[in-house]
Design a protein. Sequence first.
Length: 305
Amino acid sequence: MFTARTTKGLGLIAGLAVASLAFAGCSGGSSDPLSNGGGAASGSSDTIVVGSQAYYSNEIIAEIYAQALEGAGKTVTRQFQIGQRDAYIPLLEDGTVSVFPEYTGNLLQFFEKDTTARTADDVYAALPAALPEGLEVLDQSSATDQDSYTVTKAFADANGLTSIADLAKVTTGLTLGGNAELAERPYGPAGLESTYGVKVQFSATGETTVDDLVAGTVQVANVYTSEPRIQTDDLVTLTDPKGLFLASNVVPVVNSNVASEVSDVLNKVSAALTPEGLVELNVKSTVDEESTPDIAKEWLSANGF
């Protein structure tokens, strides 16, 4: 399963136009990681404006931020379903939006397209210098929303797999499933071999990638790490110690004017949000069909907020 989370279909002017019309504020919905929205300018930190992409997983994290801040006595306005980074980054810069859940690798590549950083620590370390003046990232979470190589738990147990490197010791043939373009991606079959010494056959499975993995048609699949079926189909995401994939950890990006007001609360959220926890949140949305506010409230309660 391969999804382009950094597509930039809206231009800056169009994005801001949509943003100004949408500031009446909506708090539900889900579709693509990046869509439409915005808000009225506000340089004051009296009210914290929490934004989100028009993507259910991102909106859940934003609602967690919002409720956590409210629980700490802050006045919060929600401005969810904002569009592409071309639209919401300027809103963060001018203070229209105060806080936004982001993904470290994709955010870094937005400002530094040719970055060579790949591991979580290297990507996070590169962000402060890459961000425009007036924006900061707080602590990153261990939770990620990025490409991965994933296997079934049965296959992992049978072959002693925990990391991508472990695939090299599998004695039977391996077929890798993913969208057709994975064949030419730097982290596709060629990158897998050059980085980890793992040789695979490739199958362009497209939208049926997880189905094919569960059925055993492919043994390894390119799946996003926040995919709900990781939980519902008992899958295992292999760790990537050599940084084959660009790490994209969940991280709050904030306007510097409010950083000192929100950092304590949001850093605690980041510390509590795990990869498995993010998958579970997404299951509650897509499978259990719980509302975003209820999902956030349950998570905060379960994690001591």
